[in-house]
Design a protein around this ligand. Sequence first.
Ligand SMILES: *[C@@H]1O[C@H](CO)[C@@H](O)[C@H](O)[C@H]1NC(C)=O
Length: 349
Amino acid sequence: MRGVADSLMMHSWLVLGLVAAVAGYDYTTVPGLNHDTWWGPEGKEEDTSIRPFQIKWEKAMIDDLVYRLENRRKFVPSMDDTAYHYGVNTHTIGYWLDYWARDYNFTAREAYVNKHPQFITNMQGLDVHFVRIVPEVPEGKRKIPLLLLHGFPGSFLEFHEAIDHLIAGVADKDFVFEIVAPSLIGFGYSDYTNKQGLGGAEMAVIFKKLMNRLGHDKFFVQGGDWGAHIADIMVVFFQEEIIGMHTNLGMALTDKAFSMITMGSLYPAALMPNDLTGRLYPLKDTLQWLMREFGYFHFQATKPDTIGICVTDTPSGMFAWFAQLISMASRRANYDDPRGGLDLYTPSS
Ligand SMILES: *[C@@H]1O[C@H](CO)[C@@H](O)[C@H](O)[C@H]1NC(C)=O
C-alpha cells in the first residue's frame, strides 16, 4: 500500500508541474489593486495621526490568565513512546504551563516588549501598530528606511534583538537605518478586519502607504514567512518605491519552477549543489513531510473561526497549538524527541 501511495503522490506532483507548464500562466502582468478599500467599521474617518503607544498588561488580565492555567483540566496521557508524533505530548506540557502560571515574570516581560518605541496610526480604517526607530543621521551619512515584516507564528518581536544589531552594525558604513516593524493586520496590537478579502496584496498596499505616511517614498523591505509573501508582492507592485528586498523564504510558484523541481527529482545534482539536495529530494519525503506537518495550515486556512474559539478561550490550548508549530517548524528531528525539542528554548525571565 505504501508503494502505491508514494507513487500516487509522485504522480500528482508530476501532473501538477506539467499542467502548470502547459497552461503557461501569465506571471508578468501586474494586476490592478484598490488602494482605498475601507477595512474598518463603517462611519469612521481615517485618523492619520501617529500616536505613541505602549503595551500594557492589566493585572485583571494576568490574574485571569493565571487562574485558567492553574485550573486547567487533566489531559489525556499521550500514548507510550510517541514523542511528538501526534502533536504536543501531554506528558511534557505541564512543565510549560506551570512555568507560565508561576514563574513567568510579567513585569520584566512587559518592559521587554516595550523596549523599542512604538506607535499606532490608522490605515484604511484599521489601527496599525509598529515599532519605529528614527536614528540620528551623522554628517556624511545617509538614512535608509527599512520595513521589517514578520510572519506566522510570530509577531513584531521577531525583530526585537535583530533591531539592536541593525542599529549598532552601521558604524563603518555610510548609512544608518530607520527601522519600521509593524504588526501585520490581524496580529498582535494591529486591528483585524471583519471584511473579507484582506490578503497579502492588500497588506502590501497598507504597509507601502504606511511608509509613505512616515515620509518615505523609497525604502528597503525584509520579510519572513507571511512577511516574505507580502514583500514579494511589494517588489512586484511597487517597483519604484522598493529599493531592495531581503527575504528568508524565497519562493517561485511559477510553471518553470514547478517543472524544474519535478524534473530535478531524476537528477537533483543538476539543479543544486550536492550538499543541498537532501533538503528537497527525494521529493516523496518532502511531500510526505508537508502532508504530515501542515495540517495546521489547512485548518487555519479553511476553518479559522473554529480554531480561533479553541485558542482564545484556553491558554493551555493556545500554548499547545503554538508549541507544536515551534517544535515542528524549527527542527525536523523534534518529531522523534520525547520533549519535542522544546527544551532547547529557555524560559525567558
Ligand atoms: C520581575 O522583574 C522585575 C523587573 O525586572 C523585578 O523588579 C522583580 O523583582 C522580578 N520579580 C521576580 C519575582 O523575580
